[in-house]
Design a binder for this molecule. Structure first.
Ligand code: ATP
Ligand code: MG
Length: 578
């Protein structure tokens, strides 16, 4: 009996709960229906007056079928909703995004080659590769309007005109221009958007850029692809992979929009300072065009044709008040700036313009002619003097050419030998690869020590190799030959010829292997007053990129084996050796 009573009690309790649940639902349903009826009485037929307006706009807008369907569905949901609830704002926002995107709107390309060429020439000096590539693209567009646009990647040091070239390309094609800086973008959602279920969700930067452009075929510049980051928030590169693939970007799906957008008519241009940090699947999708930096002569031309005029206009000056002599600009380039691009140069010219404007404001209105002798007055003492890398031959000091994202540079490598226990000390914040180069170089020297007359017990000495400017990290294999020369000189106590430099990786067989960034390195060597440069034989073809006038001033020698370079660098050694 006890048991039966307990079962009955439980059953009663459950039934009671179910009944009250049902009653609550019913109550809500009845109330909602009543509310609807009241609304109908108040506001005519439509339950949500906003919906009417949106409906009209959707009808008028040109949309692809799939998008129209999505828009209609959302509109339908909106119509059935009470205007007060938060969900309504979310849906309305979404429909507004659909309405604001250029799904089918495009600008007409200006395909006249002559016009495009003149626009490109007008905006930038030199940069022949880039200009030629764009004109080829135009020519192909003419023959095959449906052709896929190549994805270009401009790689070069800062201030060589990568970003501004993108703008100029848009102008020459008659397209809209949008720029998205990828520097510091960590989150995939920044590219591809957040799902609409998140509070405050928005489309990604690609869709935002297209909205800004207002056409579906702008020139879209993805600036600084090499500085994209990835961490726990996801990897933006994977989103970019889809955007930048002509085979699949005709249906790019933003997480927020959730309907495909056709990106295939967009001309994407990316820019980077260095290639090695760009993930290789991304690199693979792009056509890489290098912009290696300018020689002093090229900078002079750029300054004369563009920078001076621009800065003078900015400062409101005319040729009656300020004139720049060629020799003056030359001196600014060599003594007040050190860069691969022209930004600092432009800033310095701007500074002179400002100072002149100041004089004018103070009532001094005689003509200012900027010549080398007046620079001190405007810019203060010279910032850089043409530094020669040690005038005297030194023992154990070799000069190497280095590549940095900011252009080419000349670095010294020093070696000293001291009593010790056969250790190789490496300092100067060298990276793993460079340390390995040093070990390879030492092994090579040890196996050839008899040839070079080194009779030394390697177990009883320490060899210390240091690369000055110790605070900046250095890496890469391209110092191999220079390290060998520096060590050999220290070990044989024969000095190295000072104004020559070398770049090249070394193998254990003593072969000199090719390296990158030859043009940048040579420009750097020129600025540092190096007169002869040794480069790997296989890099010989890179010499074609070097302007004629530099080839006249500087000597180049191609080397295949490290043995070939040693007699030139350490002339004293030849006698011992032979
Ligand atoms: N060949 C050139 N002719 C005319 N002006 C140039 C040339 N190269 C660069 N400039 C000028 O130099 C300035 C800097 O160029 P820009 O901003 O495009 O550099 P960037 O290559 O994008 O550098 P970063 O890698 O730092 O972004 C611009 O004002 C540009 O007009
Ligand atoms: Mg830039």
């Amino acid at each position: 009996m006890e048991k039966e009573i307990r079962i009955l009690k439980l059953r009663n309790k459950i039934q009671g709960q179910v009944r009250s649940e049902i009653e609550k639902d019913q109550k809500e349903y009845i109330l909602k229906e009543q509310l609807k009826a009241i609304q109908k009485e108040l506001g005519g037929d439509s339950e949500n007056p906003e919906a009417e307006e949106l409906k009209e706009r959707i009808l008028k807008k040109k949309l692809p079928d799939q998008v129209r369907k999505a828009a209609d569905e959302e509109l339908d949901r909106l119509t059935r909703m009470h205007p007060g609830i938060p969900e309504v704002a979310v849906i309305r926002n979404y429909i507004e995004w659909i309405l604001s995107l250029p799904w089918m709107e495009s600008t007409k390309d200006k395909l006249a080659i002559a016009r495009a060429r003149s626009v490109l020439e007008k905006d930038h000096y030199d940069l022949k590769d880039v200009k030629e590539r764009m004109l080829e693209f135009l020519a192909i567009r003419k023959l095959n309007p449906q052709g896929k646009a190549p994805i270009l990647c401009f790689v070069g040091p800062p201030g060589v005109g990568k970003t501004s070239m993108g703008k100029s390309i848009a102008r020459s094609l008659g397209r809209k221009f949008v720029r998205l800086s990828l520097g510091g973008v960590h989150d995939e959602a920044e590219i591809r958007g957040h799902r609409r279920t998140y509070i405050g969700a928005m489309p990604g930067k690609i869709i935002q850029g297209l909205k800004e452009a207002g056409s579906n075929n702008p020139v879209f510049m993805l600036d600084e692809v090499d500085k994209i980051g990835s961490d726990f928030r996801g990897d933006p590169t994977s989103a970019l992979l889809e955007v930048l693939d002509p085979e699949q970007n005709y249906s790019f799906r933003d997480n927020y929009m959730n309907v495909p957008f056709d990106l295939s008519s967009v001309q994407f241009i990316t820019t980077a300072n260095r290639l090695d940090t760009i993930p290789s699947p991304l690199k693979d999708r792009m056509e890489i065009i290098r912009i290696p930096g300018y020689t002093a002569d090229e900078k002079l031309e750029i300054a004369r044709r563009y920078l001076v005029r621009r800065q003078m206009t900015n400062a409101g000056l005319t040729g009656k008040i300020l004139r720049f002599r060629k020799s003056g600009i030359r001196q600014i380039i060599s003594c007040y700036t050190r860069e691969a691009g022209v930004r600092e140069l432009e800033r310095t010219i701007g500074k002179i313009c400002r100072k002149t404007a100041m004089r004018l404001a103070e009532g001094i209105d005689d003509l200012v002619i900027v010549s080398p002798s007046r620079l001190h007055e405007f810019l203060g003492p010279k910032k850089f003097t043409r530094e020669r890398i040690g005038d005297k031959p030194c023992i154990g000091v070799a000069t190497r050419l280095a590549w940095t994202p900011a252009g080419g540079e000349v670095l010294l490598i020093e070696t000293i030998i001291m009593e010790g226990k056969g250790e190789l000390l490496l300092t100067g914040q060298l990276g793993e690869v460079m340390k390995e180069s040093a070990r390879a170089a030492l092994s090579w020297i040890r196996t050839h020590s008899i040839e070079y007359g080194i009779n030394l017990n390697f177990e009883k000495v320490n060899i210390h190799l240091h690369v000055p400017a110790g605070a900046t990290p250095k890496d890469g294999p391209s110092a191999g030959v220079a390290i060998t020369i520096s060590m050999l000189s220290a070990l044989t106590r024969k000095p190295v010829v000072p104004d020559m430099a070398v770049t090249g990786e070394i193998s254990l067989q003593g072969k000199v292997m090719p390296v990158g960034g030859i043009k940048e390195k040579i420009l750097g060597a020129l600025a540092a007053g190096i007169s002869k440069v040794f480069i790997p034989e296989e890099n010989g073809r890179n010499l074609d990129e070097i302007p004629e006038n530099i080839r006249r001033i500087m000597k180049f020698e191609l080397v295949k084996n490290v043995q070939d370079a040693i007699p030139s660098f350490i002339p004293g050694l030849k006698e011992v050796h032979r």
